[in-house]
Design a protein around this ligand. Structure first.
Ligand code: ZN
Length: 435
């Protein structure tokens, strides 16, 4: 029997409170739910786990603890806790734990993702195999293994090509994978079978360490459809026919915002603007069935962006009509944003993603009765789908190492950044637990 650990409590009043009350799992759950500090919550849940390791409550407590750790960017600890309660399935071809794979990707365990999914690539289950293939490609790209990534996608396509006939349920997905292969081949052409590691937004990013740097380079690229004629409303969109002055002013505004948010620890330096012409299939808006990974890989293949990937921010301003609500971080400092969304606070949100910040999302835990500090909000917090506060959440300040600043309520029209899947992959939300 292990000796129960004594968890030191972070606030003295709790310690006094506990001293006179008998412990039960429910009592500790109650404390974890009502105390608003995340560190208090994790402390109570850990105490529950060490005091009542065999109780029915311990499974739930661990699930909540993992959710708290993930929700506060503590992925390494979350992975450790998660593994304690989810031993690796014996028959990996049957049971796949996508939540585990997500944590492994976020913590840089790429080889393990590949090992654990090795025998599960072509099972005959279309959607599952597609997901596995995309996971493996992300793990390969994060190791710079372009040829292996391409072979993976080709294997999938050979197997599932038959399901992609016109009009079939899977037509868009199959087409998308053929685009993905095209993009992976481009990467090989640019840099060979093995090139520089690429991070595709669901993966730990190389930019996290930039949050305390000044003059991080930022370049703008206008995305214009590569077809002749028919330039209609684009003329009205911000910046379409503008040159440096417009974008320089944007960066000045961003710097003003970041100067406040980071207490002078982070700033950007404008490096210019260029125009890029793109073909259909290269960066399809998600509304047209575009898959996130395909779009993320595509943006890395633009030679101008490939060179800069991981060395600065590149903002792709999309002037195509159908790109309406796009605002997404694509990994390696690359941001895709529709011209209509080209506003400082939205750009700041996406840049914060690039620095390692994540959405404030306690939905799952709130549904279980957990209360959180109502003042702890900022540019990474959505309220009814919109961003209403200029500030930075405690968990993101911890990642970025920025001191606390007062949260300013945005009085103008609240920011409506479409919470597209591209902005936040669904697998990071802890809505369900695999069995
Ligand atoms: Zn976001």
């Amino acid at each position: 029997m292990k000796k129960p650990l004594i968890i030191s409590l972070t606030c003295l009043s709790c310690a006094v409170f506990i001293a006179g009350t008998p412990f039960t799992p429910d009592y500790l759950f109650g404390l974890a739910k009502t105390h608003t500090l995340v560190s208090d919550k994790t402390g109570f849940l850990k105490r529950l786990l060490t005091t009542f390791p065999a109780s029915d409550s311990s499974r739930v407590a661990r699930e909540h603890l993992v959710a708290l750790l993930v929700g506060s960017n503590r992925f390494d600890e979350a992975l450790l806790e998660y593994r304690t309660s989810h031993p690796i399935a014996m028959n990996a071809t049957e049971i796949l734990d996508f939540k585990l794979f997500d944590y492994l990707l976020k913590t840089g365990h790429f080889a393990e993702v590949l090992r654990q999914t090795e025998t599960a690539t072509l099972s005959g289950r279309f959607s599952r195999d597609l997901r596995v293939m995309e996971l493996r490609i992300q793990a390969y790209l994060a190791q710079g293994e372009f040829a292996r990534a391409r072979v993976q996608a080709e294997g999938w396509l050979t197997y599932y090509q038959k399901d992609g006939q016109a009009g079939s349920l899977y037509e868009a997905d199959v087409k998308n994978v053929s685009y993905l292969i095209r993009h992976l081949k481009t990467l090989e052409r640019i840099d060979g079978a093995q090139g520089k590691p690429l991070f595709t937004a669901s993966v730990t990013d190389s930019l996290n360490r930039w949050s305390r740097r000044h003059d991080v380079p930022i370049t703008f690229f206008k995305l214009i459809p590569a077809r002749s004629g028919g330039q209609r409303p684009e003329a009205m969109l911000p910046g379409r026919y503008e040159v440096d002055r417009f974008f320089k002013a944007q960066v000045a505004e961003l710097n003003q915002g970041f100067d406040y948010l980071s207490s002078g620890r982070f700033s950007l330096s404008y490096q210019g603007q260029e125009t890029l012409y793109i073909r259909s299939g290269d960066l399809d808006p998600s509304v047209e069935g575009g898959r996130i990974l395909t779009a993320r890989v595509y943006v890395h293949t633009l030679p101008q962006l490939y060179r800069r990937a991981g060395e600065g921010f590149a903002v792709l301003v999309d002037y195509r009509e159908r790109a309406e609500d796009q605002a997404a971080y694509m990994g390696d400092g690359i941001i895709h944003i529709s011209a209509k969304k080209l506003q400082s606070l939205i750009l700041m949100h996406e840049i914060l993603h690039g620095l390692g910040a994540t959405h404030q999302d306690w939905n799952f835990l709130e549904r279980q009765g957990y209360r959180f500090d109502p003042e702890d909000r900022g540019l990474m917090t959505f309220e009814d789908g919109v961003i209403k506060y200029l500030g930075l959440e405690a968990k993101n300040r911890a990642v970025l190492d920025w001191p606390p600043v007062a949260v300013v309520k945005l009085t103008d029209t609240p920011l409506n950044i479409a919470q597209t899947p591209a902005a936040e992959p669904a697998e990071t939300l802890l809505a369900s637990v695999p069995h």
